[in-house]
Design a protein around this ligand. Structure first.
Ligand SMILES: [Zn+2]
Length: 693
């Protein structure tokens, strides 16, 4: 049996972990790792924080702390979330560790020494005030597609298009808005073009039958577009310094050093193990996982945004290095949406794990369950709080929890919590056993193919069969004729307890903390082994059980409503915090300004406009005349509260028909970042008709 090295994408240490990360990468990787361990296979499951790259430096500026403080803070938050949700890494390392610097620099040096890299000079934007080259994200300018004046050199948030810094109109520094200089700089490149044929053969021929379609599709399109050399160094301060001559102020580009993080995390695991575990003598080293091509398989669990790095760039790096194994599979997932909208850290549209744990203590398995049942395996999928509630209440609580609880409570009631004897099996009993035994291999088959949703569904099929079995057997009815039915009841409960033991084993990869709770109730010393699944004599007769308790809690409407409100509020707060005023419009002449007649007027009457939620119909005393003005402020002000208010009126704006009323001018309103409108009023009472200039 081959050893399996499982990697999960290194999360950026610039924020916490949200449900999209969990569903896309960490839950599938964890289910698979736990499944192999239960089968007794040799598994090493590695991950760590990616502490380089521009996002962490941006976060540092946003939070006004140092980059080191940012990565320390988020490394610990992320690490804690993984522990909270039972993600069973053997090691959770970080790319700021010396072992990673050493490993990634050695990697670069060997490729450079063997002539695998190329060097090119190019021109890049240079900030003369900060005296540094700017990363793409730090070049601001006007979007060529939608004219948004606050677009950045990697993308425009307004229209969502991906752009490069040289496409921006009027490029400027995002730090200080100063114009930028184009300056020559030298960088090392990975000549991917030379590996096009190798990749075609390795992926498009070699893995056409075993890789997922969504992964193959992306690889195919990348390769067919033609691969170009990609720079692996950057002019930045934060990162792993380039170990070459004449490379001052240059670091390894984050996508070059991040995947090497899997290798350094493996080394880190053995460093820690050697130090802590004196009994460690099984002769394995980090090289047993990375260089033993015959006996190891490497699997990368990632989201679809990382496919190119793990299927094309990293394998080319490994192939260039020559000693390393290549991934056997890269079962990447698509994206999870939230309430019909894309999950976004920058817009704060997400469910964060550290907050979930506070709001739903001890209910991590519910989230694991819902995210697995809804995993975006082949296409993007949507998470809704309503579905979360329904699945918890009807599937976990109503089916799985209900069965386990009834089996245990009835044993307590009729047999003083001791596993009863098994007598002759009825037709109902044998049918149930054969039904369950048919489902179990399907769970394994699905897991072997990385079809986690399907596997979970088969698991729940067992819970459904069991629930129905207990319902049909109805020991509570039989108990009315105890002497006559005693053996039947004993057999039903004996078998039900065996199903509970099966559910515990088979559920461990999906719902680890639930399995632990069942273990506690069965009082079985935590015994778990996949090969025992399908056996109906796991818990011996006369064994004393632990105390029964409820595994799942009902989720009320109120809890779900609170979550929805929280989401909307967080999004609004974020919009306010990130508000950036538009740039100032072109200059106009003084004469142009003087053409506008601005006057102070008082609102003497206000009413809701007919058939409109937005408009109020105002009557104004301008000191010169009485006017009717239609104003789009009804969402923010009621008619009663604004009567008597002094406002600024554009008095000579040509009349316009609005909602079948002639609006004679316009009142000035200031618009805040969240869209709310405020009156522009004099701070003291002024005579109506006063000119404003
Ligand atoms: Zn745009």
């Amino acid at each position: 049996m081959k050893k399996t090295l499982i990697t999960a994408a290194l999360p950026y240490a610039n924020g916490g972990i949200h449900i999209g990360h969990l569903a896309g990468v960490y839950i599938p990787a964890d289910i698979y790792a736990r499944y192999l361990r239960l089968k007794g296979e040799n598994v090493l499951f590695v991950c760590g924080s990616d502490e380089h790259g521009v996002p962490v430096t941006i976060r540092a500026e946003k939070e006004k702390i140092t980059v080191q403080q940012v990565v320390d803070k988020y490394h610990h938050i992320i690490d804690q979330s993984f522990k909270d949700f039972g993600i069973s890494f053997d090691v959770y390392s970080r790319t700021s560790k010396p072992i990673h610097y050493e490993t990634s620099q050695d990697f670069f040096k060997k490729l450079e020494k063997n002539g695998k890299l190329s060097i090119e000079n190019s021109k890049q934007y240079f900030d003369t005030i900060k005296n540094q080259f700017l990363a793409d994200k730090y070049v601001a300018g006007t979007c060529p597609n939608c004219s948004n004046p606050n677009a950045y050199g990697d993308q425009c948030e307004k229209c969502g298009s991906t752009i490069s810094p040289d496409e921006l109109i009027n490029p400027r520094s995002a730090f200080n808005d100063s114009p930028l200089e184009l300056k020559e700089t030298k960088h090392w490149y990975l000549p991917l073009d030379k590996y096009e044929n190798w990749l075609k053969k390795w992926i498009l021929e070699g893995h056409k039958d075993d890789w997922k379609n969504n992964v193959l599709g992306q690889c195919k399109s990348w390769i067919e577009q033609g691969l170009r050399p990609r720079a692996i160094t950057r002019d930045l301060e934060w990162g792993v310094p380039v170990p070459a001559e004449d490379a001052d102020g240059k670091v390894l580009y984050v996508w070059f050093d991040a995947p090497i993080g899997y290798i350094s995390a493996t080394k880190d695991y053995f460093l820690q193990k050697d130090k802590n575990d004196t009994t460690f003598n099984n002769n394995l080293t980090w090289e047993s996982y990375w260089k033993d091509k015959e006996n190891t398989r490497l699997l990368h669990f990632i989201g679809k945004d990382n496919i190119v790095f793990h299927c094309i760039i990293f394998p080319v790096m490994l192939e260039m290095y020559e000693d390393y194994i290549l991934p056997e599979n890269v079962p990447a997932n698509e994206f999870l949406n939230l309430e019909g909208d894309k999950i976004s850290t920058s817009r704060n549209w997400a469910v964060w794990l550290d907050e979930y744990v506070k709001d739903f203590p001890d209910q991590q398995d519910t989230l694991r369950y819902v995210l697995t049942a809804n995993m975006p395996e082949q296409k993007d999928n949507d998470f809704t709080w309503k579905e979360f509630q329904t699945r918890n209440n009807s599937e976990l609580l109503g089916t799985l929890g209900n069965f386990v609880n009834r089996a245990l409570v009835l044993t307590e009631k009729y047999f003083e919590n001791i596993v009863p004897e098994k007598y002759n099996l009825s037709e109902l009993d044998t049918q149930m056993i054969s039904d369950i035994q048919k489902v179990i291999p399907k769970i394994s088959e699905s897991l072997d193919k990385f079809r986690f949703r399907e596997a979970l569904d088969f698991y729940m099929e067992i819970a459904r069969i069991s629930n129905k079995y207990l319902q049909d057997s109805a020991p509570w009815t039989l108990a009315k004729n105890w002497e006559e039915n005693k053996e039947k009841i004993a057999t039903t409960l004996y078998l039900s307890l065996q199903i509970v033991a099966n559910l515990k084993i088979l559920g461990e990869p999906f719902l680890p903390s639930t399995s632990q709770k069942i273990s506690q109730m069965l009082n079985d010393n935590g015994f778990t082994n996949w090969s025992k699944a399908g056996n109906f004599d796991i818990i011996p007769q006369n064994h004393t059980l632990g105390k029964a308790f409820l595994i799942f809690q009902k989720i009320e409407d109120k809890a779900v409503e609170t979550q929805l409100e929280k989401l909307i509020q967080a999004k609004k707060d974020n919009e306010l915090a990130n508000f950036k005023p538009d740039t100032i419009k072109e200059n106009i002449g003084f004469e142009d300004f003087m053409k506008i007649d601005l006057r102070i007027a008082t609102i003497t009457h206000a009413e809701k406009a007919q058939k409109s939620k937005k408009l109020l119909k105002l009557t104004l005393d301008t000191g010169v005349d009485t006017r009717t003005v239609m104003s789009g402020i009804a969402e923010y002000y009621s008619p009663e509260e604004i009567i008597g208010k002094q406002v600024t009126l554009v008095a000579n704006l040509a009349p316009k028909n609005i909602n079948n009323v002639e609006s004679q001018g316009m009142i000035l309103m200031a618009k805040d970042a969240n869209g709310k409108l405020y009156f522009v009023s004099p701070t003291d009472v002024v005579r109506n008709g006063a000119e404003v200039r």
